[in-house]
Ligand binder design. Structure first.
Ligand SMILES: [Mg+2]
Length: 133
């Protein structure tokens, strides 16, 4: 990496390293609303999600669970992740609820919708929305 002037630019990850932001409810376990926190203790992880995420962690990627769970549910969430053996760096609570996310950022952003199988990524051509030239 090039040396950075930390006063003027935000830091970048090493080459090929990703900042994974991974949803919890409905993505690595069953879809549990904040109104039913007791289920957050007893639910089971999706095995393919656990295996894939831990592989990404072992490859050196950053793993952040980005969830609509509220801050008061962070501790039981961390306990659940730890108990089931998830390797991760951070948990960010308070993601807006309701879905239909569209992220705008000056950094590279990729998004993958979870549709029931957690695997390594494959290349596929799709149409995306971008700003006008
Ligand atoms: Mg979800």
């Amino acid at each position: 990496m090039e040396p950075m002037d930390h006063k003027n630019i935000s830091p970048s990850l090493g080459k090929g390293i990703k900042n994974y932001l991974i949803d919890i409810d409905g993505t690595i376990t069953e879809d549990i609303p904040n109104e039913e926190p007791e289920r957050m203790v007893t639910c089971q992880p999706f095995p393919d999600a656990l295996e894939t995420i831990n592989k990404w962690y072992d490859e050196g990627h950053q793993i952040c669970f980005f969830t609509s769970r509220t801050e008061d549910l962070k501790e039981i969430t961390a306990e659940w992740l730890n108990r089931h053996g998830f390797k991760y760096h951070s948990i960010l609570c308070g993601k807006p609820r309701g879905g239909n996310y569209h992220w705008v950022d000056n950094h590279i952003v990729r998004a993958t919708r979870y549709e029931g199988k957690f695997t390594d990524f494959v290349e596929k051509e799709v149409t995306v929305q971008v700003f006008k030239d």
